[in-house]
Design a protein around this ligand. Structure first.
Ligand code: ADP
Ligand code: MG
Length: 226
């Protein structure tokens, strides 16, 4: 079943001499439950593509549909709700709130949405992330790998339609990097969580169901591995 439809998408930044075409007529569909890896050289448009899918950046032209809904059709308030409920974002750097503990960081998107925390899901996630005995720790009391696991928890707490990870292992050693990818894969399999990972690491890309190569803002490779 199709989850995402990116239809003839262009993103142009700046104007005049400074104009950069970050995405150049990109069309892609992503299936529900798919694990796609996005690869490509630096500056090729990978992060821009994730931001467009995640409702973080506004397309210059073209549409994005999630579950048949036009992501950019509403106002900015609607877009913010879409981001909080439908999208889980993970970056290379953890982006945790330093004054909030593990549980508070993980449940932040739910609290911002004024919704009730699903305690069962929270416990399940803490267990999966190996953070059960770190729940009241602040980010600076955690290792880099643990902090990144908190940001995985925060991204997955809402059970979003799609989890987007932009070089999630980029600031980790290979052991912690493996762990993060294994957690994302576990959630992909266990919850059929659609997963899109931007990576430079060929070993990670080869674990995906599908490899999408981007160069100069265009899709230059689209290969299903299974
Ligand atoms: P990647 O993630 O593949 O390294 P990006 O998607 O970050 O590439 O960037 C693609 C192109 O768009 C680059 O040339 C970059 O300089 C440009 N770009 C990205 N974000 C902005 C922005 N906010 N303003 C202007 N140019 C940008
Ligand atoms: Mg990038």
């Amino acid at each position: 079943m199709e989850l995402l439809n990116i239809d003839n998408h262009c993103k142009v930044y700046g104007r005049g001499e400074n104009q950069v075409t970050a995405l150049d007529h990109v069309s892609l569909t992503i299936e529900k439950g798919e694990f796609a890896a996005i690869i490509g050289p630096s500056g090729s448009g990978k992060s821009t593509l994730l931001h467009i899918i995640g409702g973080v950046d506004v397309p210059t032209s073209g549409k994005v549909y999630l579950d048949g809904q036009d992501v950019y059709a509403g106002n900015s308030e609607k877009l913010a709700i879409f981001r909080r409920r439908q999208v889980g974002l993970i970056y290379q750097f953890h982006n945790l709130i330093p004054t909030l503990n593990v549980v508070e960081n993980i449940t932040l998107p739910i609290l911002m949405d004024k919704r009730k925390v699903n305690e069962e899901r929270l416990e399940e996630l803490l267990e999966m992330l190996g953070l059960k005995d770190r729940r009241t720790h602040l980010p600076n009391q955690l290792s880099g790998g643990q902090q990144q696991r908190v940001s995985v928890g925060r991204a997955l707490m809402n059970a979003p339609s799609v989890c987007l990870a932009d070089e999630p292992t980029g600031s980790l050693d290979s052991h912690n990097g493996h762990e993060i990818i294994n957690l994302l894969k576990l959630s992909n399999k266990k919850y059929r969580q659609t997963l899109i990972v931007v990576t430079h690491d060929e070993n990670i890309a080869l674990q995906a169901d599908r490899i999408i190569g981007i160069s100069d803002g265009k899709v230059v490779r689209d290969e299903r591995m299974v």
